[in-house]
Design a protein around this ligand. Structure first.
Ligand code: NAP
Length: 274
């Protein structure tokens, strides 16, 4: 039977790549959400069903879930993927930008999850795939708020896995490192908070140079996309997938090194590129 799959953040990057690949399989009902409805049109032409949604309008999330289920039946799997990064020093990122970072990456994700749980519990089956990040394990200067949102996703996803595992619902966290999507441009241009306090200037310059190079050299979406699809549709899945070498290494480093040594290694790695 065709699975009904809902993907948030489908107008770009991982979400769009997963939707396109699933549509090629012609086996599933693919429902796609994002703010920029016009970017979903290409997916609709290929057979997707579009449900435009600004994930910060949390009251709308349940309406989209209800509309999908009214149109296609119970949602079998959801890719909770909409997200972005704000880069800037802890002291300087304006409160409004911090709130927005959490509204999209955490509250939006949580409400998406909560919207699908009643019907998944009723059906005694379901798959919740959370797009997490290597930043769920590590944090560094200039990326503290983004990392905080992904640490939150890890904590919430871990609790959820324990709460709903025995109800027939699988929770899977996918943790990419840096991958070529629009994420870099959104974080390093649109949401980059250039420091006004001179004390932070060098660190932020270092971070920007480091991240620009990292995105230039980053892998394409294919491998992470394939892992996300596996997490959405295969019968047996793992609770966590780290999809890039960077995310494997960072997770390992954060467990291996004491805090000050970890700080020194990260600072040296970021500064070395100058
Ligand atoms: N690329 C990486 O290096 C990387 C690494 C680790 C984790 N991630 C995570 O991967 C996920 C997807 O990002 P991506 O790399 O594919 O970046 P992307 O190409 O920029 O895509 C981000 C998606 O999120 C959606 N989104 C952002 N704000 C939204 C809002 N308020 N309401 C609804 N949708 C919203 C965007 O759609 P609209 O703007 O049209 O709304 C877009 O479809 C994010 O959770 C990100 O944190 C990315």
């Amino acid at each position: 039977m065709a699975k009904v799959i809902w993907i948030t953040g489908a107008s770009s990057g991982f979400g769009m790549a997963v939707a396109l690949q699933l549509l090629k399989q012609r086996k599933h009902v693919v429902c796609v959400s994002a703010r920029r409805a016009h970017l979903l049109e290409m997916l609709v032409r290929k057979g997707a069903h579009a449900y435009p949604l600004d994930i910060t309008e949390t009251a709308d999330i349940g309406k989209v879930q209800e509309a999908i289920e009214a149109d296609h039946g119970p949602i079998d799997a959801v890719l909770v993927n909409a997200g972005f990064g704000v880069y800037g020093p802890i002291e300087e990122v304006p409160e409004e930008a911090v709130r927005r970072q959490f509204e999209v990456n955490v509250f939006g994700a949580v409400e998406t999850v909560r919207s699908v749980l009643p019907s998944m519990r009723r059906e005694k089956r379901g798959r919740i795939v959370l797009t997490s990040s290597s930043a769920a394990h590590v944090s560094s200067a200039g990326m503290g708020y983004y990392a905080a949102t992904k640490h939150s996703i890890k904590a919430i996803g871990t609790a959820l896995r324990q709460e709903v595992g025995e109800l027939g619902i699988d929770v899977v966290m996918v943790e990419p490192g840096v991958v070529k999507t629009a994420f870099g441009q959104v974080a390093l241009e649109e949401n980059y908070m250039a420091p006004k306090v001179p004390d932070y200037q060098n660190q932020m310059d270092d971070l920007k140079t480091f991240m620009l190079r990292a995105f230039e050299r980053a892998p394409e979406v294919d491998h992470t996309r394939d892992i996300m699809i596996k997490a959405l549709i295969e019968e047996h899945v793992k609770p966590v997938y780290r999809t890039t070498r960077g995310s494997l290494a960072l997770g390992f480093m954060s467990r291996l090194f004491p805090a000050r040594m970890y700080d020194a290694i990260v600072k040296q790695a970021i500064g070395r590129l100058h």
